[in-house]
Design a protein around this ligand. Structure first.
Ligand SMILES: [Zn+2]
Length: 51
C-alpha cells in the first residue's frame, strides 16, 4: 500500500521551460535532476495518456 497525501505534497519552485512546448514551468512536484527533459503539466499528461 502506498502512502499518498495529495494536497500536502512538497512543490519545488523554480524557473524552467517545457522541453516540448517551451511553456514556462514555475513549480514541479519533484526536484529536477537537470539532465532530463522537463515537461509542463499538459505535455506530461499528453505523454502519459499515450501509454
Ligand atoms: Zn509543455
Amino acid at each position: 500500500m502506498e502512502n499518498q497525501d495529495f494536497g500536502q505534497r512538497q512543490m519545488f519552485q523554480g524557473n524552467w521551460k517545457c522541453s516540448e512546448c517551451a511553456a514556462e514551468i514555475t513549480e514541479l512536484p519533484f526536484e529536477p535532476s537537470g539532465d532530463r527533459p522537463l515537461f509542463c503539466r499538459d505535455c506530461h499528461r499528453a505523454k502519459r495518456s499515450r501509454f
